[in-house]
Design a protein around this ligand. Structure first.
Ligand SMILES: [Zn+2]
Length: 299
C-alpha cells in the first residue's frame, strides 16, 4: 500500500515502523505497540512501515506472518510501501559484519554456553578477544564493547543510562548457528528504511543501548526511541507466547481498538466506543499525545 501523500523519500519525513517476529499470532501487547507507532506517525502525516523480523527460522511458525498482517488490516492499521522481510536482507548484514571486521571491532568466539557458565561469568567478558579455542565446530561472532556509560532520551521513559559492558558484555552479532543477531539486523534495517522513530514495548528497552552502540560503530544515525509500558496478564506476567497470551479476538476490533486508546492514556470519549474502526483511528490521529502514554504499567 502506498500513501498518496508521499511520493519521495527524504530523511526528514517522519517514518515509523512496526516490526513483529512471525513466532505466533499478534497478541494485545503487540497491538498496543502497533497502534502507538501508527498513530504517532499518522499524527505527523508521516510514513508507517511494517517489517517482518523473520531472522530466526527455528522460532517461526508457518503462516504467522500473513496472520499478523491480516490482523493489522482488520484493525485498520494500513502500512505504506512494501513490507520488508529480514530474511531477504542477509547480504546487507554480512556486509556490515565485514565493515566491523575492517574496524577490528568483532572477533570469533568458540565458547559454548557451558564454557561461559563454567568460568562463572554471567555476561561474556571477552574471553576470546585474544584468540579463540581452535578445533571447535561452531563459532559465534562477538562485538568488542567498551566500558563507557551510554545515555539517551526515551520519549516516554525519559533519561536512560546503561553500562553496556557490565549489562551485556561483548554481545553476539552472529550466532554460532550462523544466524545474524537481532540487534544487528534491527539497526541495519531501521537505517535502510530511514526510520526516524522506534516506538515499541518496554521489554526492548534494555536492547536499546546495545543497538545504539552498534549504530555508533556502523556510523548510523539512531532513530528516536519511545518504549510503551508492557501489557501484562492478570498474573502480572508480560503478554507473550511464553506466558500463553491469547491471540487478539477478531470478534469486535472496534472495541479492542477503543480499549487500546484508553490503555495508551489517550482518554477517548465514551461515545467513540460505538464508532467504526476508521472513526476511532481518526479520533486517535487528531487527538494523539505521546506524552500522555504512561511510563509505567497501569493496564
Ligand atoms: Zn569465546
Amino acid at each position: 500500500m502506498t500513501s498518496p501523500a508521499f511520493t519521495s523519500d527524504t530523511v526528514t519525513t517522519p517514518t515509523g515502523r512496526f516490526a513483529p517476529s512471525p513466532t505466533g499470532p499478534l497478541h494485545y501487547g503487540s497491538l498496543l505497540a502497533a497502534v502507538a507507532s501508527y498513530l504517532n506517525i499518522r499524527s505527523q502525516n508521516g510514513t508507517w512501515l511494517v517489517r517482518i523480523d523473520d531472522l530466526d527460522p527455528p522460532r517461526e511458525i508457518a503462516g504467522a506472518a500473513s496472520d499478523i498482517l491480516h490482523t493489522l488490516e482488520s484493525f485498520g492499521l494500513h502500512w505504506d510501501k512494501d513490507i520488508l522481510y529480514q530474511s531477504r536482507r542477509l547480504e546487507a548484514y554480512d556486509e556490515a559484519l565485514a565493515r566491523l571486521q575492517k574496524k577490528n571491532l568483532i572477533y570469533l568466539c568458540s565458547c559454548s554456553r557451558k564454557d561461559i557458565v563454567q568460568r562463572g561469568e554471567s555476561i561474556y567478558t571477552g574471553h576470546c578477544r585474544s584468540g579463540y579455542i581452535a578445533g571447535r565446530q561452531r563459532y559465534a561472532i562477538r562485538l568488542k564493547v567498551s566500558k563507557e556509560t551510554l545515555s539517551w532520551h526515551d520519549m516516554i521513559q525519559g533519561s536512560q543510562f546503561s553500562r553496556l559492558f557490565q549489562e551485556h558484555g561483548d554481545f553476539v552479532v552472529r550466532r554460532a548457528d550462523g544466524l545474524h543477531a537481532y540487534h544487528l539486523a534491527v539497526v541495519l534495517d531501521d537505517d535502510y528504511q530511514n526510520i526516524t522513530e522506534s516506538i515499541r514495548g518496554a521489554d526492548l528497552l534494555s536492547s536499546t543501548s546495545a543497538q545504539m552502540y552498534l549504530q555508533n560503530a556502523l556510523d548510523i544515525e539512531p532513530p528516536q526511541y519511545a518504549h510503551i509500558p508492557v501489557a501484562v496478564n492478570t498474573r502480572g506476567e508480560k503478554l507473550s507466547k511464553q506466558t500463553g497470551a491469547e491471540p487478539i479476538s477478531m470478534h469486535d476490533p472496534a472495541r479492542t481498538l477503543f480499549k487500546a486508546l484508553q490503555d495508551l492514556g489517550q482518554s477517548p470519549p465514551q461515545d467513540l466506543q460505538a464508532s467504526s474502526i476508521r472513526d476511532i483511528l481518526n479520533w486517535g490521529k487528531q487527538n494523539w499525545a505521546l506524552k500522555k502514554i504512561p511510563s509505567k504499567q497501569t493496564l
